[in-house]
Design a protein around this ligand. Sequence first.
Ligand code: UDX
Ligand code: UDX
Ligand code: ADP
Length: 467
Amino acid sequence: EKTRQMKILCIGAGYVGGPTMAVIASQCPDIKVTVVDINPERIARWNSERLPIYEPGLDEVVRSARGRNLFFSTDIEAGIRESDMIFVSVNTPTKMFGTGAGMAADLQYWEKTARQIRECSNTPKIIVEKSTLPVKTAQAMKRIFDAGNHKTRFTVLSNPEFLAEGTAVNDLKHPDRVLIGSDTSPAGIRARESLVDIYARWVDRDRILTTNIWSSELSKLVANAFLAQRISSVNAISALCEKTDADIAEVTRAVGMDSRLGSKFLNASVGFGGSCFKKDILNLVYLCRYYGLNEVADYWEGVIRINEYQKERFVVNMLGNMFHTLSGKRICLLGFAFKAHTGDTRESPGIYIAKRLMEERAKLVVTDPEALENARFELQGVEGDVCYTEDPYAATDGCDAVALMTEWPQYAALDFDRIFRSMAQPAFIFDGRNILDHAKLYTIGFNVFPIGKPALTHFHDEPSIGG
Ligand code: UDX
Ligand code: UDX
Ligand code: ADP
């Protein structure tokens, strides 16, 4: 007799749910994987040739499994009914009202989903938290599932996702670790083992960690808080470098060679962005305050404060060096995604910079190879003069300044001789990611302002070092 096919459902077809399920489906051809979403346009795009998110390698993975054992649908209830395991990957934005506004996670989508799962289920289900959630959400969910005259049994697991955008497919195929939290009841252990067995198809078992559910939930917040903290640490020091003759790249190289610290994730920048870092730290801060740990909360809040400071510092630096007026000047934002290799603009530093430059009445030209659609969305309704073009040469034409926001490798390879000749003079370049060849730009004729390094200017009436 043929064993019954296992059926997995994922609720939420976003940046996490879509790629994660595509990889599970491609690694486990015998499992039926369905991804549902309340947004029919999103689902239509997952079923089309143009996926709703840009992620290197994702097209191939989706194409290999879609229609075979990977399905995208809007029928959430049918999906719930037939599934054995349900991943919940709906968005958990920061709450914008009431208690915890601007800090706590808004759990209304998660709770609605939990109630919907409860109402539609007739067979036992394993519920997997995939969205980043505040610690103890799983417990709250369990209470919702167990309340009322439920027809079946639910077991809740926490399985936070550590993928980074731009490398999602690779991160999913070769994760540093997979983390699964469960309670220690026999049902909890059994559920955990069935999820371990899925990942073990392509991940070494010693990279699959099992913990209690709260450790699992907290680890995700802490991992993101530590990563963001590293960037704020480097960015804070970049400000000091600009006041001295130190060079942030030399400093981070020397520091990163200490094996206790490691050399990754030490690039100074205009600030970190993305949907996770700020939100997760705010969550952590809220949790600490809730438990009366105000010193701990203040400590982590500092990571966000430095990030805001770094973005503002960038604008102040532009203004000061461009003779204290940007009014009517054309400025090109080179890149708008929050990092390279993604079209995502959520919390992108470009948003803040664009708004501030428009406040100064600059005329903006935004360019990005993948994120223009999202850039338009982010800046809709903002008062000011802004236009969008995909061609970086058209975008920089006639500009007074170029501000590099995103570390797209193709931007380092642009013909800056050509760009310089097409710009207003004196021409300024502010490298918010330190990816350009600053000495070469200076030789071409640009006034160059990197992050955490001496400025290179052609104004010889004052010292050219220090900005
Ligand atoms: C992050 C975590 O890395 C990932 O594990 C988690 O699952 C989700 O949050 P993501 O936001 O996709 O992933 O991208 P990440 O590569 O972490 O970059 C976040 C921000 O930090 C970007 O704006 C990036 O440009 C910036 N950054 C990163 C720096 O400014 N300097 C660095 O050295 C590294
Ligand atoms: C430190 C630096 O490590 C060294 O590179 C520098 O040259 C001098 O300062 P040291 O103070 O000798 O060296 O010891 P270190 O091993 O860094 O420990 C410093 C303190 O941190 C100790 O009290 C140690 O117990 C504590 N520590 C270290 C922790 O509490 N937790 C840890 O994980 C590591
Ligand atoms: P993430 O980066 O965490 O994946 P996204 O915003 O990209 O977040 O994706 C979350 C998805 O969840 C969105 O496509 C949204 O439409 C979907 N979603 C939100 N609430 C529900 C719900 N109650 N049922 C189904 N899908 C939902």
